[in-house]
Design a protein around this ligand. Structure first.
Ligand code: DON
Length: 564
C-alpha cells in the first residue's frame, strides 16, 4: 500500500516536472467539468500541484496548501512565503473555518511612520523596500491549516521544491511582468536576485530559484519555527538591517495565525460564508447583498441601467462604512452587529433614488450610535470539503525586496493601513483611526474568500485578487449566478464594474454595456474605463442531477482550472 502511494507520488512529480519544463504556451485549461474534485488558481502548475494532492488521497485543504506553496514559486508576483492571506473552508462535517494569516505591523511601527515632517504621506516608503513589509503570515497560516489536512507537509511541499530547484518555463505574461519590474527589482535589492537577468525574459525561459528551494527544504525539515525562529528568520532580519527595515526577530517569533469566526448570512435561502475582520470582505459582501435582497434585481436584468445603478449605490454605502468603521477588531471596536443589521441597512438605503445619481459628498458613512497583487484559489474535493483562499503580497511583487539568501519576496502590506486619515492608499481607499498603524495590529484587507452553501452543502466557492475591487467582484459574481441565472462561465467572464465611495466614480471594464454606460453618464455618474477587474476563480457544485463540479478560471490571466 505504502509502496503504491510512493510510486504514485513519484509518478505525479515526474508529470509535474515534465509539464513544468514544457515550452509555454503550455496548456492553460480555463474550465473543468467533472465530479470528484477541482482546483482553480492563478497558474496551471500550481493547480496541477493541488490536483496531485487530491489524487493522492488528500482533501481540499491539502490541495490548497500545496497550491499555495507552488504559487510561491511559479507566481512570484503574488504567490508568496513573505506575505499573508485568509482561508475560508466549509468542512464535510458542517464546521466552517476562517483562518487569518494576515501580516501584522512590526513592534517598532507607529501611527505616523510614513509621514514627512509636514505631515504628508511618503508613499514610496509604505510601498517599496523592507519598511513597507508587515510581519509575514503565510507560513504560519499553512501550518495552522495542516490540522484540517490529511497528508504530511513533506508531501505538500514537494512540488514547490521541485519547481524551485529544477525550474519551470515561464509564460509570456510572466516574462513581460519581469521585464517591466526590472527597475523596481534593481532599486530594492543590493544582491542578484532570480527575477533579474541581463537580457530580456521571454516566454519559455526557465526560472530557477535555488535559494527559495533551500528555504522550502528548511521549512520542510524544521516546520514553521524555521521561518519564524530559524535561519530564515535571521535572514529576514539581516535583510531589514541592510535596508532600514524595522522587523525584528521578536516580531517574527511572536507572529501567529488566528482562527476567527467566519461571517455568515442568509441570502434568499443560501448561506454565505466569508472572512471577518481584519478583512472587510465578508462584511462588505453581506452589506451589499442585503441592501439588494428585497429589490428584485433579478427582474431588472444583467447590466441594465437599473441593476447597475442599484449595485453602484450599495457599493458606495458599504465602502463609506469601510473607510470609517473597519479595522483589526483585536485593536479597535468595529460595530459589526450594527453595520450588518437589517434596520441599519434599510436606513442606509432610505435616500436611494432609482434614476438619480448618488453622490459621495452627501452620502457618507452611516450613523452608528456606539462608543494588484493578490491571488485566489478555490478547491473542492470528493469528500465534501470546500476551501477558498486569498493570499497576497499586496502590490505585484510586494515591496520588490527579496530576502537575500532566502529567495522570497517580502510584502508591502503596510500600505493597506490608513497612513493618514483621508489619504488614499494604492487602491485609492481611505481610512481613519480604525485602520491606523499600531504595533502588532493587522492592516484592513478587502480579500473576500467566499463559500455559498445550498441545503447546507458547498454550492459556490469563489474569490479574486484586485485590492478594493475584490468585494465588488465577488458581489457581482454572486449576483450573476444567484439573480441573473448566468452559467459559471458567464458569471466570471462578463465585464465588471466598481464603485468604492471615494473617488466618486464608476470604473468599468472593456466590454461593459455601452448603452447602460451612456445612460448612467447622463444620470450624473462619472464613468472611467479601466483595465481588467479581478481574476475570479469559481467552482460551482450542483447536486440536482448527480454531483457535478464546474470549475472556471478567469480568462484575465494565466489562471487554470484542473480536476479529476
Ligand atoms: O488585502 C488587501 O485588500 C490587498 N492587499 C489586496 C491586494 C490585491 O488584491 C492586489 N491584486 N491585484
Amino acid at each position: 500500500m505504502l509502496k503504491r502511494s510512493l510510486l504514485a507520488s513519484y509518478f505525479l512529480l515526474i508529470t509535474l516536472f515534465i509539464s513544468a519544463q514544457e515550452k509555454p504556451p503550455y496548456a492553460i485549461p480555463k474550465k473543468f467539468e467533472g465530479s470528484n474534485g477541482a482546483v482553480v488558481s492563478a497558474h496551471p502548475l500550481a493547480s496541477q500541484a493541488g490536483l496531485a494532492m487530491l489524487q493522492q488521497g488528500g482533501n481540499a485543504v491539502d490541495a490548497a496548501i500545496a497550491t499555495q506553496l507552488a504559487l510561491a514559486v511559479v507566481y512570484p508576483g503574488a504567490g508568496n512565503l513573505g506575505g499573508g492571506g485568509f482561508m475560508v473552508a466549509a468542512l464535510k462535517d458542517g464546521r466552517t473555518v476562517a483562518l487569518d494569516y494576515r501580516e501584522s505591523a512590526p513592534g517598532k511601527a507607529f501611527k505616523d511612520m510614513y509621514l514627512d515632517s509636514a505631515g504628508n504621506p511618503i508613499t514610496s516608503l509604505s510601498l517599496e523596500g523592507p519598511l513597507a513589509s508587515g510581519v509575514p503570515g503565510t507560513v504560519a497560516g499553512l501550518f495552522a491549516s495542516l490540522k484540517y489536512a490529511k497528508l504530511p507537509f513533506k508531501k505538500l511541499v514537494a512540488p514547490a521544491i521541485l519547481l524551485a530547484e529544477k525550474g519551470f518555463a515561464i509564460t509570456q505574461s510572466q516574462a513581460r511582468s519581469f521585464n517591466g519590474s526590472k527597475p523596481d527589482f534593481l532599486a530594492n535589492n543590493k544582491k542578484n536576485i532570480a527575477f533579474v537577468k541581463n537580457t530580456k525574459w521571454k516566454e519559455g525561459d526557465l526560472l530557477i530559484q535555488p535559494e527559495l528551494a533551500a528555504t522550502l527544504k528548511r521549512i520542510r525539515n524544521n516546520g514553521a519555527d524555521e521561518f519564524y525562529k530559524g535561519i530564515t528568520a535571521k535572514l529576514v532580519v539581516a535583510e531589514m538591517k541592510r535596508s532600514n527595515g524595522i522587523m525584528s526577530l521578536d516580531d517574527l517569533k511572536n507572529y501567529e495565525a488566528k482562527e476567527r469566526t467566519a461571517t455568515r448570512f442568509n441570502y434568499k435561502g443560501y448561506e454565505i460564508i466569508g472572512m471577518p475582520m481584519p478583512s472587510s470582505g465578508g462584511l462588505l459582501l453581506e452589506q451589499m447583498m442585503k441592501m439588494i435582497e428585497k429589490r428584485d434585481i433579478g427582474k431588472m436584468g444583467f447590466q441594465t441601467t437599473e441593476a447597475v445603478q442599484l449595485m453602484i449605490e450599495v457599493e458606495r454605502r458599504a465602502y463609506a462604512d469601510r473607510g470609517t468603521y473597519m479595522g483589526d477588531a483585536d485593536f479597535v471596536t468595529v460595530p459589526v452587529d450594527i453595520l450588518r443589521s437589517q434596520k441599519y441597512l434599510e436606513q442606509r438605503m432610505s435616500d436611494y433614488q432609482p434614476g438619480v445619481a448618488g453622490n459621495s459628498k452627501t452620502t457618507k458613512e452611516g450613523f452608528v450610535k456606539e462608543s494588484e497583487e493578490t491571488t485566489h484559489l478555490s478547491v473542492v474535493d470528493n469528500e465534501g470539503n470546500a476551501v477558498a483562499v486569498t493570499t497576497t503580497l499586496n502590490g505585484g511583487y510586494g515591496s520588490y525586496t527579496v530576502v537575500s539568501g532566502a529567495g522570497f519576496l517580502l510584502n508591502n502590506e503596510m500600505d493597506d493601513f490608513s497612513v493618514k486619515p483621508g489619504a488614499p492608499n494604492m487602491y485609492g481607499a481611505v481610512g481613519k483611526a480604525a485602520n491606523a498603524i499600531a504595533p502588532g495590529k493587522r492592516m484592513l484587507s478587502s480579500m473576500t474568500p467566499t463559500i455559498v452553501l445550498k441545503n447546507k452543502q458547498p454550492y459556490i466557492v469563489t474569490g479574486t485578487p484586485g485590492g478594493t475591487t475584490i468585494p465588488t467582484s465577488v458581489f457581482q459574481t454572486l449576483v450573476n449566478l444567484l439573480e441573473f441565472n448566468m452559467t459559471p462561465y458567464e458569471a466570471v467572464y462578463e465585464p465588471k464594474f466598481h464603485h468604492q465611495w471615494l473617488p466618486d466614480e464608476v470604473e468599468i471594464e472593456k466590454g461593459f454595456n455601452e448603452i447602460t454606460a451612456q445612460k448612467l453618464g447622463k444620470m450624473g455618474y462619472t464613468l472611467k474605463a479601466r483595465g481588467a477587474i479581478g481574476r475570479v476563480e469559481l467552482i460551482v457544485i450542483t447536486q440536482e442531477a448527480g454531483r457535478k463540479i464546474i470549475a472556471v478560471a478567469d480568462n484575465r490571466g494565466d489562471d487554470a482550472a484542473k480536476g479529476y
